[in-house]
Ligand binder design. Structure first.
Ligand SMILES: NC(=O)c1ccc[n+]([C@@H]2O[C@H](COP(=O)([O-])OP(=O)(O)OC[C@H]3O[C@@H](n4cnc5c(N)ncnc54)[C@H](O)[C@@H]3O)[C@@H](O)[C@H]2O)c1
Length: 440
């Protein structure tokens, strides 16, 4: 199969590289010249474990190329995937479909033969039908089908998720398009990964419903964590006890500083808007969005308390600012609420993150960047563990405490215990949902 992939972001690049590894001929397109130049030099513009070597392997095998020129990419292609961004539209919470529709129009103008136009971007119900209308209007003579193929990969584990998915969802309207999609995913069919073939609307809805459910699960445990703090229960024990119930499951049950990232915040908002538009409000998601903001604010309050009532004049070391470990993605990270609150409150903030600096430097003005946790801890009054990178899971806490001026720690990912902190010489230790009997 010959495939064109429009957009070389976290989803487009990983999908393009993995499809080429399936043996397909893939051309990746991006309208950002800097990205294409980097890719042509063999450099990966994002941090995603394992992506550089898999990309190099497939470029070497001449199955994977990059271009800025969309018409060249779709010339002779069996399918073209749209994997461009669908950020929150400013002002109203809807998914902004400008990039998707622009890509659809460009495809329509350049296509000369039968092609399946596949939307991989996360898009509201009804978008694939609109894509079909846009393409038909721009090129009435074109023979084409549309397909919905939402992506479920997780940044940080994206290659494994793509190669060994829990399921692939394909929404199609015709047998012909279904056959093309089957051929593209043949390696996964052969290995018996579940493929859910359905209609366009259901495929579109599955993606939003799945993300909204996961955001709800995180938000649920974050609310339980707040209650644990009042009642003396330990949320880690509660999560474990709940998660062992097969009907509940243990993933996405870790209390923390609120969900963030490039998907959950925008997809929950978009789903809430879709519900309102159809006069069928998704009230649970409307609450989840609100509670997640409260969770982030609660973290700020917790930190102010730890700073004796004010950030002013304090030096705070922050470990981790990306929205989760193993990615450089900073979009909607809780750090973007918490760190500016510290800086705005008059604190001197020293930040370290294994991959977050490139993005973080312009998103977190006024902070000082450090190479590692030990450098960040020098003369700090408070240490805040914000993103649970592996590098931060086995710190020499004794050394950290010695380097600090104050001996206070806020562990917003519950990586350590009060006993660890006490043994290391900390005099105050805060975490999430464990301030009852576990308090110092
Ligand atoms: N990031 C994730 O973990 C993830 C997971 C599942 C689904 N998604 C969805 O996938 C979509 C893409 O997300 P992302 O994180 O990869 O976005 P991204 O912002 O990282 O990448 C989008 C890319 O598309 C390019 N682009 C935009 N318009 C273009 C055009 N007309 N022609 C060529 N290139 C164009 C941009 O330059 C950019 O490089 C979104 O809808 C998102 O919701 C993302």
């Amino acid at each position: 199969m010959k495939i064109a992939m429009i957009g070389t972001g976290y989803v487009g690049l990983v999908s393009g590289v993995c499809f080429s590894d399936f043996g397909h001929e893939v051309v990746c397109v991006d309208n950002n010249p800097a990205k294409i130049e980097m890719l042509e030099r063999g450099e990966v513009p994002i941090y995603e474990p394992g992506l550089d070597s898999l990309m190099a392997k497939n470029v070497e095998a001449a199955r994977l190329t990059f271009t800025r020129d969309l018409p060249t990419a779709i010339d002779g292609a069996d399918a073209v995937f749209i994997a461009v961004g669908t950020p929150t539209r400013r002002g109203d919470g809807h998914a902004d479909l400008t990039y998707v529709m622009a890509a659809a129009e460009e495809i329509a103008k350049a296509a000369k033969h039968y092609i399946v136009i596949v939307t991989k971007s996360t898009v509201p119900v009804g978008t694939n039908r609109k894509v079909r209308e846009v393409v038909a209007a721009a090129n009435p003579a074109l023979d084409f089908d549309v397909a919905s193929n939402p992506e479920f990969l997780r940044e940080g584990a994206a290659i494994d998720d793509f190669m060994k998915p829990d399921r692939v969802v394909v929404g199609v309207e015709t047998e012909r398009a279904g056959k093309v999609m089957e051929e593209i995913y043949r390696p996964l069919y052969l290995r018996e990964f579940p493929i859910v073939t359905t209609d366009l609307e259901s495929a579109e809805m599955i993606k939003y419903a799945a993300n909204a459910f996961l955001a709800t699960k995180i938000t649920f445990i974050n609310e339980i964590a707040a209650l644990c703090e009042k009642t003396g229960a330990n949320v880690k024990e509660v999560s474990k006890g709940m998660g062992l119930d097969g009907r509940i499951g243990k993933t996405f049950l870790h209390a923390g500083p609120g969900y963030g990232g490039s998907c959950f915040p925008k997809d929950t908002k978009a789903l809430a808007r879709i519900g309102q538009d159809y006069a069928s409000p998704v009230q649970i998601i409307e609450q989840v969005i609100k509670i997640n903001e409260d969770v982030k604010r609660r973290m700020v309050d917790k930190l102010i308390d730890l700073c004796d009532g004010s950030f002013n004049g304090k030096t705070i070391a922050v470990l981790g600012v990306t929205f989760k470990p193993n990615t450089d993605d900073m979009r909607d990270a809780p750090s973007l609420t918490i760190v500016p609150a510290m800086v705005g409150g008059g604190a001197k903030v020293r930040v370290t993150d294994p991959q977050g600096r490139r993005e973080g430097e312009h998103m977190l003005p006024g902070v000082e960047w450090c190479d590692d946790p030990y450098q960040a801890a020098v003369d700090a009054d408070v240490l805040v563990l914000l993103t649970e990178w592996n590098e931060f899971r086995a710190l020499d806490l004794g050394r950290i405490a010695e380097l600090m001026r104050g001996k206070k720690m806020a562990d917003l990912r519950n990586v350590y215990t009060v006993e660890d902190a006490r043994a290391a010489g900390f005099t105050a230790y805060e975490s999430v949902g464990r301030t009852g009997k576990a308090a110092m």
